[in-house]
Write a protein that binds this ligand. Structure first.
Ligand SMILES: Cc1cc2nc3c(=O)[nH]c(=O)nc-3n(C[C@H](O)[C@H](O)[C@H](O)COP(=O)(O)OP(=O)(O)OC[C@H]3O[C@@H](n4cnc5c(N)ncnc54)[C@H](O)[C@@H]3O)c2cc1C
Length: 326
């Protein structure tokens, strides 16, 4: 069976930064297992082309503490930066390797990925984020309208949507609304509160500009009761009795922790969140979490920083384990 010192699960910002920090600390071999065919699948899939990637996200400014860092750039520039880290640190990233089981064997972990990859390691870092499971609305989505309802922004969008509804009140809802408006759609943005409080200044300014231009209509204080199929569209029934028909709906409601996966390895949860210490180590010795999994308000810079703390924790607490191997 193949052996590594550290297996990192997920090649998003947190996973790549963990491997970079580990390599820089002289720890080898480190293997990164990624379920898709490229690094940063969440960013590829949910960021629209040309999206501005801000280090200040959800109004939270996070100062970098580790090796990986970035300034405001586009989606494409950010992805290039991640490719550069992979090359520069000669990271061993294995694509099409979805991790489906992690077992404990004495002081070690046995990680099962893809069809038949099995790797043993004394330390495992899980960095799979929360966007594998984007949040859904509480009401059902009728099957007749499924091709008109999107969870999160989509990098690839059908061209023929003229009147669309975006649901949410955060940065990604604001960015999605602006992106769709710039593609020529008449956009309605529904948020259940009377005002926005989570959108950063730049996105707020962009949103207000398009509202003034008449491209986006804000629907504050609106809550949706349910959806119905309509001829050539989807009917949205609001709780105040209003009914409107749209070509498509985009829900920007964030993602959720893969609780079952974590519990299956023995990770204790505190409600819906995993219990971790200051180095993001779980109650299972040698099993660390990084990135969105450990934050209430995750962001790329927070993911980078968590990787730095994780490797600091590995060096401090598990030097003997690494030395011994499996
Ligand atoms: C629309 C949108 C806009 C955003 N804009 C910004 C922004 O401007 N600035 C900012 O700082 N943050 C932004 N964020 C948040 C940011 O994208 C996340 O905080 C960040 O991607 C978290 O990194 P991560 O590595 O923890 O998780 P992810 O980026 O989600 O990466 C997880 C990786 O793990 C892989 N994976 C999942 N399950 C498995 C498995 N079982 N086995 C192997 N691999 C697996 C996935 O394919 C993925 O590549 C935005 C998020 C969204 C959705």
């Amino acid at each position: 069976m193949e052996e590594a010192k550290i297996v990192v699960v997920g090649a998003g910002p947190a996973g790549i930064a963990t491997a970079v920090e580990a390599k820089a600390a002289g720890i080898e071999p480190v293997v990164v297992l990624e379920k898709s065919d490229k690094p940063c699948e969440t960013i590829h899939k949910y960021y629209h082309p040309g999206k501005r990637v801000d280090p200040v996200y959800r109004k939270v400014k996070v100062e970098p503490i580790g090796i990986c860092r970035f300034d405001t750039c586009t989606k494409e520039e950010f992805l290039e930066l991640m490719e550069r880290y992979i090359k520069e640190y000669d990271l061993d990233v294995r694509y099409w390797h979805e991790v489906h089981k992690i077992e404990r064997e004495g002081d070690c972990f046995v990680v099962h990925a893809g069809k038949d990859t099995v790797i043993k390691a004394p330390v495992v870092v899980i960095a799979i984020g929360i966007f594998g499971r984007p949040n859904k609305p509480r009401y059902p989505i009728p099957k007749e309208v499924k091709d008109r309802v999107f969870l999160g922004t989509q990098a690839e969008l059908p061209e023929n949507f003229k009147k669309v509804l975006v649901v949410g009140g955060g940065d990604s809802a604001a960015e999605t609304a602006c992106f769709l408006a710039d593609k020529g759609a008449q956009v309605y943005l529904s948020y259940r509160r009377p005002q926005f409080f989570r959108i950063n200044e730049t996105n707020m300014a962009e949103l207000e500009k398009r509202v003034k231009e008449g491209k986006i209509t804000l629907m504050m204080n609106t809550d949706i009761e349910g959806l119905e199929p309509a001829p050539e569209g989807v009917q949205v029934n609001f709780k105040d009795g209003q009914k409107m028909v749209f070509d498509a709906i985009f829900y920007c409601l964030g993602g959720s922790t893969p609780e079952n996966f974590l519990r299956s390895i023995g990770v204790e949860m505190d409600g819906k969140r995993p219990k971790v210490d200051e180095y993001y180590e779980t109650n299972v010795p040698g099993l660390f979490l990084a990135g969105d999994l450990v934050f209430e308000k995750g962001s790329i810079m927070a993911a980078f920083n968590s990787a730095h703390k994780v490797v600091e924790g590995i060096k401090k607490k598990h030097a003997a384990r690494l030395e011994r191997g499996c």
